[in-house]
Design a protein around this ligand. Structure first.
Ligand SMILES: [Zn+2]
Length: 215
């Protein structure tokens, strides 16, 4: 069984350095999906650069993380959320990866709009989802046990954690050790079922991910 770790909603000056330390000490390469408004200051940019230099993939997780794109009626939502963050990320990291947000990690038609899909395709993005959400931000103590049990239900889990205060960090080192002891291989790639768009090509079904027309 394989396990890929991802960390959303950072970078956070209090938490992301600790997450990066744990990953470095345990030799784990992961993925980070960052929020554009947290990249404005020097601290945010430096954390992205450190994650990049440590070998991690860093992607775009919207600018404001406020209204899911499938529910955002602003005509310029795609530019304000995806393009604005990419303008900050592009000088720092290679590649274009976007992870949508919303609904407490539920997969659904709130995640994307048709406009967003068109933009991702036209600009060569990969769209990276997840297949396990152990709700570390709600249960900082209990998420590792729940995640281990859930990861055992599929051959390759892409786990969505959060490098924000009071979420995954306290349990992260123990979780990685327990996962390895249980036989999981920590890898850095994305399971095919979690990437419906790869380098601008639609390779999976978007039916359950895109809002009805009008958004
Ligand atoms: Zn998020």
């Amino acid at each position: 069984m394989k396990l890929t770790l991802s960390f959303d909603n950072g970078p956070d000056p209090e938490v992301t350095p600790g997450v990066l330390d744990v990953l470095r000490d345990r030799g784990v390469i992961a993925q980070f999906y960052v929020i554009g408004r947290q990249l404005g200051g020097r601290h945010g940019r430096r954390l992205v650069e450190r994650a990049r230099d440590d070998g991690h993939l860093v992607g775009n997780h919207s600018f404001s993380h406020a209204v899911p794109l499938g529910q955002d009626r602003r005509p310029d939502a795609v530019l304000a959320e995806i393009a604005a963050t990419e303008a900050l990320l592009a000088p720092l990291v290679p590649g274009r990866r976007f992870r949508p947000f919303g609904g407490g990690g539920a997969i659904g038609r709130h995640l994307l709009s048709r406009r967003a899909v068109d933009y991702l395709v036209a600009n060569g993005y990969s769209c990276v989802l997840w297949n396990s959400v152990p709700r570390d931000w709600i249960d900082p103590d209990g998420w590792p046990a729940r995640a281990l049990a859930d990861c055992a239900t599929r051959p390759h889990t892409l786990l969505a954690l959060h490098d924000v205060p009071h979420a995954c960090l306290a349990g992260l080192a123990g979780f990685i050790d327990a996962a390895r002891a249980a036989g999981f291989e920590l890898v850095s790639d994305v399971p095919p079922d979690c990437a419906p768009i790869v380098d601008g090509r639609i390779v999976g079904s978007l039916d359950d991910l895109v809002a009805p027309a009008g958004y």
